[in-house]
Design a protein around this ligand. Structure first.
Ligand SMILES: [Zn+2]
Length: 275
C-alpha cells in the first residue's frame, strides 16, 4: 500500500506540466500519445450521424485555408504541442448550430452555422484559434485528470504510473471528462492563447470584441464556451488588456507577410518567434 501511494505521489509530480504559450501549471495524467488516441475516438463519436461537407465545398475550402494559417501560427507560439497535432478541420452541414470544436490531438470541426455567423475571416480565425487552443493546452485530458483525482476513476494508480492499460473506471472518467464543458479558467486561457494565435496568423485581433459580444447576445448554449465562460464584462476586459500585445503580434505578422502577401492561405514566415 505504502509503495503504491509513494509511486502515485511520484506519478503526480511527473504529471505536473506547464501549458506552452501561457506558462500555467497543469496536472495531466495522460501522455500526448494517449490523448491523441482518445481524441480520435471522441472525434468519430462526435461526427456520427453528421452531414460533412465535401472537401470541394467553398465553406470547407475557406475553413481549411484559415486552418492552415492558424496551424502555422500555433507552431510558432506553442511549437511542442502544435507539432504533435494532426490539424484537420471538417465542416459539418448544420446551419442552426453556431459552434466549433477541436478534440485533443488536433481534429477540429466547424458547423456551417458558425461559418454563416462570422462577419469575416478574422472572426472565424479567432474562433478556430480558440478551439485549437483547447487542444494545444490539453484542456480535455486535464479535465479528465481532475475527474480521476477527485475519485471518479478507481484505477488511478494504473493510469498515473503510466501503465498502458487505461482501466475501465478511467475510461468512464475519460468519456465523461471529454463531454463536459470546459472550466472558466480553461475558457479564458483558450481566449487568450487563441487571440494571440489568430494575430500571429495575420488576422485582426480587435474583431474579437464584437465577435464575443454578438455571440453573447445569441444566448447560452449557442457555442461551446458560453456554458461556463466568464461574464461578458470580465471577458471583454481581459481581452482588452491583452489587445496591445495581440496588436503587436499582428502588426509584426503583417510586416513579415508584406513581401509576398499571402492570398492563398499558405503558412507565412516562421523564421522568428516573439517573447
Ligand atoms: Zn472554449
Amino acid at each position: 500500500m505504502r509503495t503504491t501511494l509513494l509511486g502515485f505521489m511520484f506519478a503526480l509530480l511527473a504529471a505536473c506540466t506547464t501549458v506552452e504559450g501561457t506558462g500555467r501549471g497543469q496536472l495531466n495524467l495522460f501522455s500526448p500519445d494517449q490523448e491523441a488516441e482518445l481524441g480520435r475516438e471522441a472525434y468519430e463519436d462526435e461526427l456520427k450521424g453528421s452531414k460533412i461537407l465535401p472537401e470541394t465545398d467553398p465553406k470547407t475550402i475557406r475553413v481549411q485555408a484559415i486552418g492552415r494559417r492558424v496551424e502555422a501560427a500555433a507552431k510558432i507560439r506553442s511549437p511542442t504541442m502544435a507539432q504533435r497535432m494532426e490539424w484537420t478541420w471538417t465542416v459539418v452541414d448544420d446551419p442552426k448550430s453556431i459552434n466549433a470544436w477541436m478534440v485533443p490531438g488536433g481534429r477540429g470541426a466547424v458547423d456551417t452555422g458558425m461559418v454563416d455567423f462570422v462577419k469575416s475571416d478574422d472572426e472565424l480565425a479567432i474562433v478556430m484559434g480558440h478551439e485549437a487552443s483547447h487542444a494545444l493546452a490539453r484542456h480535455g485530458t486535464e479535465r479528465v485528470s481532475h475527474g480521476i483525482l477527485l475519485g471518479v476513476g478507481v484505477e488511478v494508480t494504473g493510469a498515473a504510473t503510466g501503465s498502458e492499460a487505461v482501466g475501465e473506471g478511467v475510461s468512464a472518467a475519460v468519456e465523461l471528462g471529454l463531454t463536459l464543458p470546459h472550466s472558466r479558467e480553461q475558457e479564458s486561457e483558450a481566449d487568450d492563447l487563441g487571440l494571440l494565435i489568430a494575430a500571429q496568423a495575420g488576422y485582426d485581433p480587435t474583431q474579437a470584441i464584437d465577435l464575443w459580444r454578438r455571440m453573447e447576445a445569441r444566448g447560452e448554449g449557442t457555442f461551446e464556451f458560453l456554458s461556463t465562460h466568464p461574464s461578458e464584462a470580465t471577458r471583454i476586459e481581459r481581452l482588452q488588456r491583452l489587445m496591445p500585445q495581440a496588436l503587436e503580434v499582428y502588426q509584426r505578422a503583417k510586416l513579415d507577410a508584406a513581401l509576398p502577401v499571402s492570398t492563398s492561405g499558405e503558412p507565412r514566415s516562421q523564421s522568428h518567434s516573439d517573447h
